[in-house]
Design a protein around this ligand. Structure first.
Ligand SMILES: NC(=O)c1ccc[n+]([C@@H]2O[C@H](COP(=O)([O-])OP(=O)(O)OC[C@H]3O[C@@H](n4cnc5c(N)ncnc54)[C@H](OP(=O)(O)O)[C@@H]3O)[C@@H](O)[C@H]2O)c1
Length: 276
Protein backbone atom coordinates (compact mmCIF):
# COMPACT_ATOMS: atom_id res chain seq x y z
CA UNK A 1 0.00 0.00 0.00
CA UNK A 2 1.25 3.48 -0.88
CA UNK A 3 0.20 6.66 0.91
CA UNK A 4 0.45 9.93 -1.03
CA UNK A 5 0.28 13.17 0.95
CA UNK A 6 -0.45 16.09 -1.36
CA UNK A 7 -2.05 13.59 -3.76
CA UNK A 8 -4.90 16.01 -4.53
CA UNK A 9 -2.50 18.77 -5.71
CA UNK A 10 -1.00 19.86 -9.04
CA UNK A 11 1.88 17.32 -9.03
CA UNK A 12 0.46 14.71 -6.64
CA UNK A 13 -2.73 14.06 -8.62
CA UNK A 14 -0.68 13.07 -11.70
CA UNK A 15 1.53 10.85 -9.53
CA UNK A 16 -1.54 9.12 -8.04
CA UNK A 17 -2.93 8.46 -11.54
CA UNK A 18 0.30 6.69 -12.48
CA UNK A 19 0.74 4.79 -9.21
CA UNK A 20 -2.78 3.37 -9.44
CA UNK A 21 -1.76 1.25 -12.47
CA UNK A 22 0.53 -0.83 -10.27
CA UNK A 23 -0.19 -0.32 -6.57
CA UNK A 24 -2.92 0.10 -4.00
CA UNK A 25 -2.93 3.78 -3.23
CA UNK A 26 -4.47 5.95 -0.54
CA UNK A 27 -4.46 9.72 -0.70
CA UNK A 28 -4.30 11.99 2.32
CA UNK A 29 -6.56 15.04 2.22
CA UNK A 30 -7.93 17.56 4.71
CA UNK A 31 -11.24 17.57 2.84
CA UNK A 32 -14.00 14.97 2.61
CA UNK A 33 -13.53 13.23 -0.70
CA UNK A 34 -14.56 9.99 -2.34
CA UNK A 35 -13.24 8.09 -5.35
CA UNK A 36 -14.15 4.70 -6.78
CA UNK A 37 -10.55 4.16 -7.96
CA UNK A 38 -8.65 4.68 -4.73
CA UNK A 39 -9.03 5.39 -1.05
CA UNK A 40 -9.01 8.85 0.48
CA UNK A 41 -7.88 9.15 4.07
CA UNK A 42 -8.80 12.27 5.96
CA UNK A 43 -5.93 13.85 7.86
CA UNK A 44 -3.64 16.79 8.35
CA UNK A 45 0.13 16.50 8.41
CA UNK A 46 0.23 18.96 11.30
CA UNK A 47 -1.71 16.44 13.40
CA UNK A 48 0.53 13.53 14.42
CA UNK A 49 -2.38 11.31 15.48
CA UNK A 50 -4.04 11.57 12.08
CA UNK A 51 -0.69 10.70 10.46
CA UNK A 52 -0.36 7.63 12.69
CA UNK A 53 -3.76 6.55 11.44
CA UNK A 54 -3.01 7.35 7.77
CA UNK A 55 0.30 5.44 7.74
CA UNK A 56 -1.13 2.17 9.10
CA UNK A 57 -0.38 -0.81 6.80
CA UNK A 58 1.57 1.44 4.43
CA UNK A 59 4.78 0.28 2.70
CA UNK A 60 5.80 3.53 1.00
CA UNK A 61 4.92 7.19 1.49
CA UNK A 62 5.18 9.90 -1.13
CA UNK A 63 5.18 13.08 0.92
CA UNK A 64 4.21 16.05 -1.26
CA UNK A 65 1.82 17.90 1.06
CA UNK A 66 2.85 21.39 1.93
CA UNK A 67 2.43 25.08 1.33
CA UNK A 68 4.07 26.03 -1.95
CA UNK A 69 5.74 29.27 -3.03
CA UNK A 70 2.82 29.80 -5.44
CA UNK A 71 0.08 29.41 -2.80
CA UNK A 72 2.08 30.96 0.03
CA UNK A 73 0.96 34.57 -0.48
CA UNK A 74 -0.31 35.98 2.82
CA UNK A 75 0.76 32.87 4.74
CA UNK A 76 2.75 33.63 7.91
CA UNK A 77 6.28 32.37 8.50
CA UNK A 78 4.95 30.34 11.45
CA UNK A 79 2.34 28.60 9.28
CA UNK A 80 4.97 27.76 6.62
CA UNK A 81 7.12 26.16 9.32
CA UNK A 82 4.20 24.38 10.99
CA UNK A 83 3.11 22.69 7.75
CA UNK A 84 6.36 22.24 5.81
CA UNK A 85 8.76 21.52 8.70
CA UNK A 86 6.74 20.14 11.64
CA UNK A 87 4.34 18.42 9.20
CA UNK A 88 7.27 16.63 7.55
CA UNK A 89 8.54 15.55 10.96
CA UNK A 90 5.09 14.09 11.76
CA UNK A 91 5.13 12.13 8.50
CA UNK A 92 8.60 10.76 9.32
CA UNK A 93 7.75 9.86 12.93
CA UNK A 94 4.48 8.17 11.94
CA UNK A 95 6.31 6.30 9.16
CA UNK A 96 8.90 5.03 11.64
CA UNK A 97 6.22 4.06 14.18
CA UNK A 98 4.33 2.06 11.52
CA UNK A 99 7.49 0.47 10.01
CA UNK A 100 7.11 2.10 6.59
CA UNK A 101 9.88 0.90 4.23
CA UNK A 102 10.65 4.20 2.55
CA UNK A 103 9.54 7.82 2.28
CA UNK A 104 9.96 9.83 -0.88
CA UNK A 105 9.92 13.44 0.26
CA UNK A 106 9.37 16.25 -2.22
CA UNK A 107 11.43 19.27 -1.26
CA UNK A 108 12.43 22.00 -3.74
CA UNK A 109 15.54 23.51 -5.29
CA UNK A 110 14.42 26.56 -3.29
CA UNK A 111 16.06 24.81 -0.32
CA UNK A 112 19.51 25.27 -1.86
CA UNK A 113 19.26 28.88 -3.06
CA UNK A 114 21.58 31.31 -1.30
CA UNK A 115 18.88 33.98 -1.51
CA UNK A 116 16.07 31.79 -0.23
CA UNK A 117 12.49 32.82 0.49
CA UNK A 118 10.54 31.75 3.61
CA UNK A 119 9.22 28.86 1.51
CA UNK A 120 12.79 27.82 0.60
CA UNK A 121 13.87 28.13 4.21
CA UNK A 122 10.99 25.90 5.31
CA UNK A 123 12.11 23.26 2.78
CA UNK A 124 15.75 23.60 3.93
CA UNK A 125 14.60 23.07 7.55
CA UNK A 126 12.47 20.08 6.51
CA UNK A 127 15.58 18.60 4.85
CA UNK A 128 17.44 19.03 8.15
CA UNK A 129 14.64 17.07 9.84
CA UNK A 130 15.06 14.32 7.22
CA UNK A 131 18.80 14.17 7.99
CA UNK A 132 18.04 13.83 11.72
CA UNK A 133 15.85 10.78 11.08
CA UNK A 134 18.07 9.24 8.40
CA UNK A 135 19.34 6.47 10.67
CA UNK A 136 15.77 5.37 11.46
CA UNK A 137 14.06 5.28 8.06
CA UNK A 138 14.92 5.29 4.35
CA UNK A 139 14.22 8.66 2.78
CA UNK A 140 14.79 9.87 -0.74
CA UNK A 141 14.48 13.63 -1.04
CA UNK A 142 13.62 15.03 -4.45
CA UNK A 143 14.11 18.71 -5.22
CA UNK A 144 12.29 19.79 -8.39
CA UNK A 145 12.72 23.25 -9.87
CA UNK A 146 9.68 25.18 -11.25
CA UNK A 147 7.35 22.43 -12.54
CA UNK A 148 5.42 22.98 -15.77
CA UNK A 149 3.16 21.21 -18.21
CA UNK A 150 0.30 22.18 -20.52
CA UNK A 151 -2.01 22.93 -17.56
CA UNK A 152 0.40 25.59 -16.23
CA UNK A 153 0.27 27.48 -19.54
CA UNK A 154 -3.37 26.84 -20.44
CA UNK A 155 -4.38 30.52 -20.57
CA UNK A 156 -1.32 31.64 -22.55
CA UNK A 157 -1.87 28.75 -24.97
CA UNK A 158 -5.56 29.60 -25.36
CA UNK A 159 -4.76 33.22 -26.32
CA UNK A 160 -1.63 32.19 -28.30
CA UNK A 161 0.64 34.58 -26.39
CA UNK A 162 3.94 34.22 -24.52
CA UNK A 163 5.87 36.88 -22.61
CA UNK A 164 9.04 38.44 -23.97
CA UNK A 165 10.88 39.88 -20.99
CA UNK A 166 12.93 43.06 -20.79
CA UNK A 167 15.56 41.01 -18.96
CA UNK A 168 17.03 37.65 -19.93
CA UNK A 169 18.25 34.89 -17.64
CA UNK A 170 19.03 31.17 -17.61
CA UNK A 171 15.77 29.36 -16.89
CA UNK A 172 16.02 25.75 -15.70
CA UNK A 173 12.48 24.42 -15.12
CA UNK A 174 11.16 20.84 -14.76
CA UNK A 175 8.76 19.27 -17.25
CA UNK A 176 6.22 17.37 -15.17
CA UNK A 177 6.03 13.99 -16.96
CA UNK A 178 9.70 12.91 -16.54
CA UNK A 179 9.54 14.13 -12.93
CA UNK A 180 6.63 11.76 -12.30
CA UNK A 181 8.64 8.91 -13.86
CA UNK A 182 11.57 9.71 -11.54
CA UNK A 183 9.14 9.58 -8.60
CA UNK A 184 8.02 6.11 -9.72
CA UNK A 185 11.64 4.93 -10.10
CA UNK A 186 12.49 6.18 -6.60
CA UNK A 187 10.73 3.20 -5.02
CA UNK A 188 13.44 0.92 -6.42
CA UNK A 189 16.37 3.28 -5.75
CA UNK A 190 18.63 1.88 -3.03
CA UNK A 191 20.52 5.10 -2.38
CA UNK A 192 18.98 7.53 0.10
CA UNK A 193 19.96 11.12 -0.59
CA UNK A 194 19.01 14.49 -2.05
CA UNK A 195 18.25 14.71 -5.76
CA UNK A 196 17.83 17.87 -7.83
CA UNK A 197 15.45 17.62 -10.75
CA UNK A 198 15.26 19.98 -13.74
CA UNK A 199 15.22 19.77 -17.56
CA UNK A 200 18.30 18.66 -19.56
CA UNK A 201 19.95 22.07 -19.47
CA UNK A 202 18.96 25.67 -18.79
CA UNK A 203 17.72 27.89 -21.62
CA UNK A 204 17.57 31.64 -21.98
CA UNK A 205 13.98 32.55 -21.11
CA UNK A 206 13.58 34.74 -24.20
CA UNK A 207 14.79 31.92 -26.47
CA UNK A 208 11.57 30.06 -25.58
CA UNK A 209 9.53 33.10 -26.57
CA UNK A 210 11.46 33.58 -29.84
CA UNK A 211 11.15 29.92 -30.88
CA UNK A 212 7.42 29.89 -30.13
CA UNK A 213 7.03 33.05 -32.25
CA UNK A 214 9.20 31.93 -35.16
CA UNK A 215 8.10 28.27 -35.33
CA UNK A 216 4.48 28.44 -34.20
CA UNK A 217 3.42 32.06 -34.70
CA UNK A 218 2.76 32.61 -30.97
CA UNK A 219 2.46 36.36 -30.28
CA UNK A 220 4.89 37.98 -27.87
CA UNK A 221 3.75 40.35 -25.16
CA UNK A 222 6.60 42.56 -24.11
CA UNK A 223 7.14 42.98 -20.36
CA UNK A 224 9.66 45.78 -19.75
CA UNK A 225 12.35 45.52 -17.09
CA UNK A 226 10.78 48.31 -15.05
CA UNK A 227 7.50 46.37 -14.76
CA UNK A 228 9.42 43.30 -13.53
CA UNK A 229 11.12 45.56 -10.97
CA UNK A 230 7.72 46.77 -9.79
CA UNK A 231 6.50 43.15 -9.68
CA UNK A 232 9.12 42.41 -7.03
CA UNK A 233 7.15 44.66 -4.67
CA UNK A 234 3.81 42.98 -5.36
CA UNK A 235 3.42 40.36 -2.60
CA UNK A 236 1.71 37.79 -4.85
CA UNK A 237 4.56 37.98 -7.39
CA UNK A 238 7.65 38.87 -5.41
CA UNK A 239 8.68 35.33 -4.32
CA UNK A 240 8.23 33.98 -7.84
CA UNK A 241 10.11 36.84 -9.51
CA UNK A 242 12.93 36.87 -6.94
CA UNK A 243 13.55 33.13 -7.17
CA UNK A 244 12.79 32.39 -10.81
CA UNK A 245 13.89 35.51 -12.74
CA UNK A 246 17.56 34.83 -12.17
CA UNK A 247 20.30 32.70 -13.76
CA UNK A 248 19.68 29.19 -12.47
CA UNK A 249 21.38 25.91 -13.29
CA UNK A 250 20.93 22.72 -11.29
CA UNK A 251 23.12 19.64 -11.18
CA UNK A 252 20.87 16.71 -12.09
CA UNK A 253 23.56 14.04 -12.58
CA UNK A 254 22.67 12.02 -9.46
CA UNK A 255 19.01 11.94 -10.48
CA UNK A 256 19.95 10.67 -13.93
CA UNK A 257 22.19 7.98 -12.46
CA UNK A 258 20.23 6.77 -9.45
CA UNK A 259 16.59 7.68 -10.21
CA UNK A 260 16.95 6.89 -13.94
CA UNK A 261 15.63 10.39 -14.56
CA UNK A 262 15.33 11.23 -18.26
CA UNK A 263 15.31 15.01 -18.51
CA UNK A 264 13.28 16.82 -21.15
CA UNK A 265 14.59 19.41 -23.59
CA UNK A 266 12.84 22.61 -22.47
CA UNK A 267 12.42 24.19 -25.93
CA UNK A 268 11.00 20.94 -27.38
CA UNK A 269 8.59 20.61 -24.43
CA UNK A 270 7.33 24.19 -24.91
CA UNK A 271 6.92 23.60 -28.65
CA UNK A 272 4.78 20.53 -27.91
CA UNK A 273 2.72 22.37 -25.27
CA UNK A 274 1.94 25.31 -27.58
CA UNK A 275 1.84 23.36 -30.81
CA UNK A 276 -0.59 20.51 -30.08
N1 LIG B 1 4.66 23.10 -8.23
C1 LIG B 1 5.98 23.32 -8.33
O1 LIG B 1 6.48 24.00 -9.28
C2 LIG B 1 6.91 22.74 -7.30
C3 LIG B 1 8.31 22.88 -7.48
C4 LIG B 1 9.16 22.33 -6.52
C5 LIG B 1 8.64 21.64 -5.42
N2 LIG B 1 7.29 21.54 -5.27
C6 LIG B 1 6.77 20.81 -4.09
O2 LIG B 1 5.96 19.75 -4.54
C7 LIG B 1 4.88 19.52 -3.63
C8 LIG B 1 3.56 19.55 -4.37
O3 LIG B 1 3.41 20.81 -5.01
P1 LIG B 1 2.06 21.19 -5.81
O4 LIG B 1 2.38 22.35 -6.70
O5 LIG B 1 1.46 19.95 -6.40
O6 LIG B 1 1.15 21.69 -4.59
P2 LIG B 1 -0.40 22.09 -4.54
O7 LIG B 1 -1.05 21.93 -5.87
O8 LIG B 1 -0.46 23.43 -3.87
O9 LIG B 1 -1.02 20.99 -3.55
C9 LIG B 1 -0.74 21.02 -2.20
C10 LIG B 1 -1.18 19.69 -1.60
O10 LIG B 1 -0.80 19.68 -0.21
C11 LIG B 1 -1.89 19.24 0.56
N3 LIG B 1 -1.79 19.90 1.88
C12 LIG B 1 -1.50 21.20 2.13
N4 LIG B 1 -1.48 21.41 3.46
C13 LIG B 1 -1.75 20.22 4.05
C14 LIG B 1 -1.86 19.78 5.39
N5 LIG B 1 -1.69 20.63 6.42
N6 LIG B 1 -2.14 18.47 5.64
C15 LIG B 1 -2.33 17.61 4.61
N7 LIG B 1 -2.25 17.96 3.32
C16 LIG B 1 -1.96 19.25 3.04
C17 LIG B 1 -3.15 19.60 -0.22
O11 LIG B 1 -4.15 18.63 0.08
P3 LIG B 1 -5.69 18.97 0.45
O12 LIG B 1 -5.96 20.40 0.06
O13 LIG B 1 -6.50 17.96 -0.33
O14 LIG B 1 -5.79 18.71 1.92
C18 LIG B 1 -2.66 19.43 -1.66
O15 LIG B 1 -2.84 18.09 -2.09
C19 LIG B 1 5.01 20.61 -2.55
O16 LIG B 1 5.68 20.08 -1.43
C20 LIG B 1 5.88 21.67 -3.22
O17 LIG B 1 6.60 22.43 -2.28
C21 LIG B 1 6.42 22.06 -6.17
Amino acid sequence: MILVTGGTGYIGSDLVDRLRDKYNVKVLTRKSKKSKDFEFVKGNITDYKSMLNATKDVDYIYHLAGITERKGFGVSKEKFFEVNVDGTENVLRAGIENSVKKIIFVSSVGAIYEDMTIYGLSKRMAEEVVKRYSNKINVITIRPSFVYDEERFRSLKKYRIFPKLGIDFKFHPTFKEPLIRAFLNSIKCKRNGFYNIADRKPVKINDISNVLKNDLGINQIYIPKILIGIGKFIPQLSGFIRTTFKDREFNIKDSEEYLKYKPEDTIEAFKRIFGD
